[in-house]
Design a protein around this ligand. Structure first.
Ligand code: N2P
Length: 357
């Protein structure tokens, strides 16, 4: 009899413990649906304090995941089996995701803070009327360099990177469009070129750059350049601004042959489970104080006109990172080149990377 009581007691304790574990999982890992929000963003692309603040104000638990390329992000969303509520693709990826039915239309009535975005960043060709996407950050691709390590020879063009004095001195951003685009631009071709001869020429030209390339790296490129591990880096503008705030000797230039002008926007992917929360989050990020705090933290340029008032003049007034429309006229925005051509760019980039190793 005693044994039976003990057994019942044991069963009671075990099931109670199980119930407790399940309910904790629900509340901390977001299995309870409505009260969680899964965000999929580039690495190093948000001030973590803003996530905490959003959670506090909304009572929604955020699950935050990162990616390091548009291609990786799109593959993951297209595969399904994920529950991303908000993602942050670049313009050509938005166009492709629209084509593949991977995005949900936004309810602008739930985004009153949209009025703070500079009209220059609205209604762009990849998403007319901003049906699917809301501006987050924007910028260029260029060269960050350390004048002290270059004997005063400042690079002004892509072709300067082929200088034999730069042996093993260049770090490249790990991006297919960026690196192939640099090869194309150095030959005065468009970075949206689809002509196979031009692409092969660009690949050939890039292969002659390899003795100068120290490494192709992700977000650690900022730390390496700030620590003077290399003289030159090909980077997104916001990374340059972040590097330069760490090491004031460095400078940033957009090469004279031309380069890329890009826009990263917030979207709600088809995989979303919490539409209400997703709109709440997007609107939260559009709040001028939050957009300014985010821009100051990550170093990227905000499209939020009102947020500029909250940023120090040395940031908002820096033309290297806030070029006016006249200055960006000669730059090109990536086009959605279609599934096959995008894969081809990726293959060419992979071949370049293998060559490098
Ligand atoms: C931030 C990456 C920014 C991506 N780590 C530029 N499209």
């Amino acid at each position: 009899m005693k044994q039976l009581v003990r057994m019942f007691l044991l069963i009671f304790i075990v099931s109670f413990a199980l119930m407790y574990v399940v309910s904790t999982l629900n509340s901390t890992q977001g299995y309870s649906g409505k009260n969680t929000l899964t965000i999929y963003n580039w690495g190093d692309y948000i001030d973590p304090d803003l996530i905490k603040q959003f959670e506090k104000e909304s009572g929604i638990k955020v699950i935050y995941q990162t990616f390091d390329s548009n291609e990786a992000m799109m593959t993951k969303i297209a595969q399904g089996g994920t529950t991303f509520d908000v993602a942050v693709p670049s313009e050509y990826a938005i166009s492709k995701m629209k084509e593949e039915n991977l995005l949900l239309p936004l309810d602008h009535s739930k985004l009153p803070n949209l009025k703070y975005i500079n009209p220059r960043f609205m209604d762009l060709s990849f998403d007319k009327k901003n049906t699917y996407s809301i501006p987050y950050f924007w910028g260029t691709v260029g060269i960050v360099y350390n004048p002290d390590m270059l004997d005063g020879k400042k690079p002004t063009s892509w072709n300067d990177l082929w200088d034999e004095n730069l042996r093993n001195q260049i770090l490249l951003v790990d991006g297919a469009r960026e690196v192939i685009g640099m090869g194309l631009n150095s030959l005065h071709y468009s970075l949206n070129d689809t002509n196979e001869e031009h692409l092969q020429e660009a690949k050939q030209k890039l292969s002659t750059l390899t003795p100068n390339v120290k490494a192709i790296v992700g977000d650690e490129i900022k730390m390496l350049l700030a620590n003077e591990e290399a003289a030159v880096g090909v980077v997104w503008s916001g990374d340059a601004s972040e590097i330069m705030s760490e090491n004031e000797k460095l400078d940033y230039v957009v090469p004279e042959e031309g380069s890329n002008l890009w826009f990263d926007n917030m979207v709600i992917p088809k995989t979303a489970k919490n539409l209400e929360g997703a709109h709440q989050f997007i609107n939260f990020m559009l709040e001028p104080e939050h957009a300014a705090q985010n821009a100051e933290y990550v170093g990227y340029s905000t499209p939020n006109e009102k947020a500029l008032e909250y940023l120090p003049e040395e940031i908002a007034g820096d033309e290297r990172f806030y070029p006016d429309p006249e200055m960006t006229k000669k730059l090109e925005v990536y086009e959605n080149l279609g599934k096959r051509m995008l894969s081809h760019y990726n293959e060419l980039f992979l071949e370049f990377k293998m060559h490098k190793k």
